[in-house]
Design a protein around this ligand. Structure first.
Ligand code: UD1
Length: 344
């Protein structure tokens, strides 16, 4: 019998790619999503790619009783991947209480229900935002956690602490925290990708929307940083590579006999790329001349951050393998797919 995995936020950007990889690795997936920032059509596209339709339950993880019933309706869930959360940095400054409630109460509900229903493992979507501007680059998991720059970032830090404290209290679970760097790109089928609501805040969706003519110009936030070309540097990680890290994390949780263990892993490529370099690569692989202009810095941006992924490479046996060229090509193909379908 297939092992059953619950994926909260499974119709979202990273969640949907992870569901594909889980199903291809032979797991049975149950998706829980409130569709606040995603579309139910994603389920059809996951089925087209994998020939398996995941079980989908429309539910908000803030609904404790609803979640409790879900665990009763679908017994024998072995582990959970918890993606469901609000994730826009700027919006979190405007609506901090929404962010704290949504991101923290959902997690608490899940943690409370896990031992009640015999679920032994959780993979948590964390972020390199917990490191702030690191003193040393590349950043390892041992780097100190810095004061958060936004309520969103703070929810990731507090969530990590909540999981850690739950395990210290001898709750019978294991946890893996995956600290993502900058996930970009789309599924090679072009059937899944990032579909932001409204005006995108993140670089690559804004860039592809500019290239296709939805946005007039891409603003590059600052060229006066202390970096070789003056623009910020990030570790851009392909979303399918990132999704595969979750499958390995799940396998590790299911194999582990030892209880009450928490581990954190950096999920990045180990290479920093500047915003201007990324634009260059995009222009080269697509042959499109991008309309961009340099504007002032964006408040709260970190100058440069990239991962030391050695721990994940050695301990998980996971490594980012996709090239930046293929990754940006996939983001572009996804944008073309959205246009063809009239979705954007
Ligand atoms: C941010 C968060 C990260 C979160 C991610 C997803 C921080 C420090 N980082 O990443 O935790 O997981 O969002 O929402 O909180 N840029 C432009 N023009 C644009 C958009 C972006 O020049 O129109 C630049 C930014 O200034 C930045 C880089 O591109 O230097 C990447 O920005 P973005 O894609 O928004 O991601 P982060 O801010 O790195």
């Amino acid at each position: 019998m297939k092992e059953r995995i619950l994926v909260t936020g499974g119709t979202g950007y990273i969640g949907s790619h992870t569901v594909v990889e889980l199903q291809e690795a032979g797991y049975e997936v149950i998706i829980v999503d409130n569709l606040a920032n995603s579309s139910v059509d994603v389920i059809d596209n996951i089925e087209k790619i994998t020939n398996v339709r995941p079980i989908f339950v429309e539910l908000d993880c803030l609904d404790y009783n609803g979640l409790n019933n879900l665990f009763i309706d679908y017994p024998r869930i072995k582990a959970i991947i918890h993606f469901a959360a609000s994730k826009a940095v700027g919006e979190s400054v405007q609506k901090p209480l929404h962010y704290y409630r949504n991101n923290l109460v959902s997690l608490i509900n899940i943690l409370e229900l896990m031992p009640k229903h015999g679920v032994g493992g959780i993979v948590f979507s964390s972020s390199c935002t917990v490191y702030g501007q690191p003193d040393k680059l590349p950043v390892t998991e041992k780097a100190p956690i810095k004061t958060a720059e936004s309520p969103y970032g703070n929810t990731k830090q507090i969530s990590e602490e909540i999981i850690r404290d739950a395990i210290i209290s001898e709750m019978p679970i294991n946890a893996i925290l995956l600290r993502y760097f900058n996930p970009i790109g789309a599924h090679p089928s072009a059937l899944l990708g990032e579909l932001p609501n409204g005006v995108p805040q993140n670089l690559v969706p804004y860039l592809t929307q500019t290239a296709i003519g939805i946005r007039e110009v891409l603003n590059v936030f600052g060229d006066d940083y202390h970096t070789p070309d003056g623009s910020c540097i990030r570790d851009f990680i392909n979303v399918v590579d990132l999704a595969k890290a979750h499958v390995i994390a799940i396998q590790r949780l299911l194999e582990k006999q030892q209880k009450q263990k928490i581990e954190a892993f950096n999920i990045g490529t180990g290479h920093g790329l500047s915003v201007l370099e990324l634009i260059n690569v995009f222009e080269r692989v697509t042959g499109i001349k991008l309309n961009y202009k340099i504007v002032g810095r964006r408040a709260g941006d970190i100058e440069q951050v990239w991962a030391d992924p050695t721990f994940a490479n050695e301990e998980l046996g996971w490594k980012a393998v996709e090239t930046i060229e293929d990754t940006l090509r996939s983001a572009w193909n996804w944008q073309l797919f959205l246009k063809e379908k009239g979705l954007q």
